[in-house]
Design a protein around this ligand. Structure first.
Ligand SMILES: *Cc1c(COP(=O)(O)O)cnc(C)c1O
Length: 358
């Protein structure tokens, strides 16, 4: 396999996906699998579908088109409010979209009429995290106008947490979302089918005995792929944290002083570097850089320290590892490193299926 590469263990992903589906399912909550971190990579999407997740969400219409063209048999939800400039593709390729702007929903309706389709929308409610969402006080008026649109179905409401504002999805927020659901249903004599309570950050709420009320859906990405909840990035018991591994090759090893010599200015990224004096150390350079991954988001699987990196190089204190030119070093990525690695054309994608021992 050409290096660097990312090794993707489809069995571990399948295990995490079915386990999470089971855990959430016990509380009456269905899982929407969020594929954006993998750019809708079809092997991974198929693995989610095979694990029983039949509704896939992605923030990029291009990813959804990629999955559909690869023949992934699922329902697709666009989870970022559609661009007014891209309504045609949203109606053509998705079944549902998350929305917050009436102008956009009106345009979806107009296009759906043209395409002789019905398009489902989930209205996102702003519940404190201060990213997308309709303010609860404006919900009544928005719902009223939306229900008048002939080719739009109001599928439900949802909220997002722990993204922009870092606000926890707790029982108070979930109960409030349930109350909003009941209120809309009573006021308009309509039934909302999807109440989407959040993302991987909702795990602790559930685990601590969360009462779902009307909440019957969560949108999960990171907890499926990395096996962690996302308030504190704690591992979820019984899940794999190593479904993805990044492997890079050593291209130089030399003993060098740990401190640079000469006049200090800004580095390649406009930062003033700061170095710890470790004396003379074995320094290994890997052929892996910021053009491939988020260096800060990698955890090496052997005892070495990451000293930093530039576009194309990562510098390690090789310590007692005995690393030689041509050796490989394996890292576990966090979500940002995974996102970057899946996005970089320089990181080759290697699929494997381990025998699962959890
Ligand atoms: C990315 C995203 C998610 C998934 O979040 P995870 O933390 O990966 O579970 C859910 N909802 C929306 C709107 C998103 O953009």
């Amino acid at each position: 396999m050409k290096r660097p590469y990312i090794e993707i263990d489809l069995n571990k992903i399948a295990h995490n996906a079915s386990k999470l589906k089971e855990i959430w399912g016990e509380a009456g909550i269905d899982v929407m699998g969020i594929t954006k971190v993998n750019l809708g990579e079809p092997h991974i999407a198929q693995t989610l579908v095979d694990s029983g997740i039949t509704l896939l969400g992605d923030s990029r219409i291009e990813d959804i088109i990629r999955m559909k063209k690869a023949g992934i048999d699922a329902n697709f939800c666009l989870i970022r409010t559609p661009f007014l400039s891209d309504i045609k593709r949203v109606v053509r390729y998705t079944d549902i979209s998350l929305n917050t702007e009436f102008r956009v929903i009106k345009a979806l309706n107009k296009e759906a009429i043209k395409q002789q389709k019905r398009h489902k929308v989930i209205l996102m409610v702003e519940m404190g995290d201060r990213r997308e969402g309709i303010l609860p006080g404006d919900l009544h008026n928005e719902v009223k106008r939306i229900l008048e649109l002939p080719n739009i179905e109001l599928e439900g409401i949802g909220a997002n947490f722990a993204c922009f504002g870092g606000i926890k999805p707790n029982q108070e927020k979930m109960s409030y979302l349930s109350l909003l659901t009941d209120t809309i249903e009573q006021q308009f004599g309509t039934k909302l089918s999807v109440i989407s309570g959040g993302n991987s950050a909702n795990f602790i709420w559930l685990q601590e005995g969360g009462r779902p009320g009307r909440v019957n859906n969560v949108r999960l990405g990171e907890s499926i792929f990395l096996g962690v909840e996302t308030l504190y990035r704690h591992p979820i018991e019984g899940l794999h944290q190593d479904a993805f591994k990044i492997v890079a090759e050593v291209i130089e090893v030399k003993r060098k002083p740990s401190l640079p010599t000469g006049e200090l200015a800004l580095n390649a990224f406009g930062e003033t570097p700061n170095f710890e004096d470790r004396g003379i150390i074995p320094r290994a350079i890997l052929g892996l850089g910021r053009e491939d991954v988020a260096i800060d988001g990698l955890t090496p699987q052997i005892d070495v320290d990451i000293l930093g990196g530039s576009s194309d190089h990562m510098i390690l204190d090789a310590k007692q590892s005995g690393l030689k030119v041509g050796d490989t070093v394996t890292f576990l990525p966090n979500y940002s490193a995974l996102l970057a690695a899946m996005t970089s054309p320089f990181v080759h994608k290697k699929f494997m299926t381990s025998s699962c021992n959890l």
